[in-house]
Ligand binder design. Structure first.
Ligand SMILES: Cc1cc2nc3c(=O)[nH]c(=O)nc-3n(C[C@H](O)[C@H](O)[C@H](O)COP(=O)(O)OP(=O)(O)OC[C@H]3O[C@@H](n4cnc5c(N)ncnc54)[C@H](O)[C@@H]3O)c2cc1C
Length: 499
């Protein structure tokens, strides 16, 4: 029997907002732009394009803002742990400057929309901090402050923060922000349908054929569009081989009720092990969201223990009264720490992608919307070269080789051991070798056994059991499946076979 965990297993954002009910795609539609995916990147792009006079259809496989954006911690900041010193050294000062400008512009884009449309989404300005408790890391903080100041970003060096425990050093960015991501995006979604634009839910896109117009094939029928944006988090139907360039990384969040008010600010440590931010509740109290315990998706091992370690860390430093919520999610990381936003390949003229937000999708997803709007309307944007998905830096090759060797090792070397299905207890899952071949076996609380193929329908890797979320997770590209075999997270498009 799996160990029990404190807190409700749902994200605070989903628990405090209503469910949407947009219809599925009807046959025979044609629009200017199809946007695949109703997360922050997709809904922002769709909104900006509709405002610019284009007809848009958002096609969402499940319900909008249930994906990563429904499970984020939603800090809106240009302070991406420590990045600007790294970018100056690896990409050059001009690109580092453009990256920082894009992030700051994204914060202002969100702030202006919240103000102009009077969106009630708990948006507040807040300072962001990257801190270290280690004397050895002090130099990295100093270098980041110097780099950020050189790029004109609002950085200050500190040795004291609002955190209730001492730090060695910190960098602070002033005037950043936080919000309730679902309240913000459901407001955008309310304004999208009409004047030839639509949101369709329960509509999974299976393929996109570029052309004039592009043809988008879904499980509900086809739709034609001059331009298509793939904002599905991990790209599918992947002719540009994003699967070999993206590394999904999963981490865990606890929403804690404290004795006393939580520290005011957005915090992350230099090792990206722990992230903290406050969030008000409808009952007037304010919770503290604590994130951490990250790992490569599909390789979490005992994921129950990850929540437990996060709770131990929090209780060791903060006056925790109760764990109210717990959830986890994953984001895609790129080798050079810059997202892929733009045409999918050098030759594609109407097919665009927005992915690889490196754990900072509130600003990067907003940048994606702004950049893709400009590329579609005007063919250019000052940040286009920085985020160009076709860029290639020879310095990145060794890390790409390492990543792909790891994936290859999973593909060819993951072995399934002969196991007696009786050793799988209630609420547990295991990939077992039986007389009928390999089986992903889950026994529910009532003792009923559910048998599925353990082979990921994306590229054929053997799935791993995730005990905390009760899902089958792929260690190669991060696809996830429910205990009924349904796709929970792409790039997989098809459910697992029943056995
Ligand atoms: C634990 C954690 C905390 C984070 N905290 C922060 C933070 O504080 N600040 C920050 O800036 N960033 C943060 N991030 C990152 C940020 O949340 C993500 O980068 C961002 O939400 C990704 O948005 P998206 O629109 O790309 O993806 P999603 O929100 O996942 O949207 C993609 C949508 O596409 C749909 N879809 C997928 N495949 C298909 C298909 N074939 N057809 C149709 N629809 C499809 C999905 O159902 C989904 O709704 C965090 C990430 C993690 C893991």
């Amino acid at each position: 029997m799996p160990k029990s965990l404190p807190g409700r297993p749902v994200s605070l954002w989903l628990d405090t907002t209503p469910e949407t009910g947009f219809p599925p795609l009807p046959e025979g539609l044609e629009v200017d732009v199809v946007v695949v995916g109703g997360g922050l990147a997709g809904l922002t792009a769709a909104t900006l394009l509709k405002e610019a006079g284009r007809t848009v259809a958002v096609l969402e496989a499940g319900r909008i803002v249930h994906g990563v954006t429904g499970h984020t911690t939603a800090k809106i900041t240009a302070l991406h742990t420590l990045i600007y010193d790294h970018l100056i050294r690896h990409a050059g000062e001009a690109k580092a400057r453009a990256y920082g400008e894009a992030q700051q512009a994204a914060i202002e884009q969100v702030a202006a929309r919240v103000r102009d449309k009077a969106i009630d989404c708990d948006f507040v300005r807040s300072d962001a901090y990257t801190y270290t408790e280690s004397p050895e890391e002090k130099g990295r903080i100093e270098a980041e402050v110097e780099a950020a100041q050189r790029l004109g970003l609002p950085a200050t060096y500190l040795e004291d923060t609002p955190l209730p425990f001492p730090v060695e050093a910190a960098v602070r960015f002033d005037g950043q922000a936080r919000f309730h991501p679902r309240k913000y995006l459901l407001a955008l979604a309310r304004d999208l349908p009409g004047e030839g634009s639509h949101i369709f839910e329960a509509t999974r896109v299976l393929d996109v054929t570029p052309g004039e117009p592009c043809q988008v094939t879904t499980d509900r029928g086809r739709v034609a569009a001059r331009d298509v944006i793939v904002a599905s988090h991990f790209p599918f139907a992947d002719k540009a081989l994003f699967a070999s360039r993206l590394q999904p990384h999963r981490s865990y969040v606890l929403a804690l009720r404290l004795d006393g008010p939580p520290p005011d600010g957005l915090f992350i440590d230099t090792g990206e092990n722990f992230s903290l931010r406050p969030q008000p509740l409808p009952d007037g109290d304010t919770l503290l969201l604590v994130g951490g315990e990250g790992h490569r998706a599909g390789e979490g091992g005992d994921t129950v223990a990850r929540y437990q370690r996060l709770e131990v860390w929090a209780r060791g430093r903060l006056p925790v009264r109760a764990v109210e919520y717990r959830w986890s999610t994953q984001d895609n990381f790129t080798v050079d720490r810059i997202p892929y936003i733009g045409p999918t390949t050098q030759h594609s003229r109407h097919l665009y992608v927005a992915t690889g937000f490196n754990g900072w999708g509130m600003t990067n997803g907003t940048v994606a919307g702004m950049l893709l709007r400009d590329l579609i309307l005007e063919g250019d944007n000052p940040w286009a070269a920085v985020f160009d998905p076709s860029r290639m830096n020879l310095n990145d090759v060794p890390e790409l080789v390492r990543q792909n060797a790891r994936i290859a090792a999973h593909l060819v070397a993951d072995r399934v051991h002969r196991t007696d299905p009786d050793t799988v207890g209630p609420g547990e899952g295991k990939v077992v070798h039986t007389l009928h071949g390999n089986v992903a076996l889950y026994r529910d609380e009532a003792g009923l056994i559910h048998r599925l193929s353990p082979v990921c329908t994306h590229m054929g890797c053997i799935l791993h059991w995730n005990p905390a979320e009760r899902s089958w997770d792929c260690p190669c590209h991060g696809s996830r499946f429910g205990v009924g075999g349904e796709v929970l997270h792409g790039p997989a498009l098809r459910p697992l076979e029943k056995k």
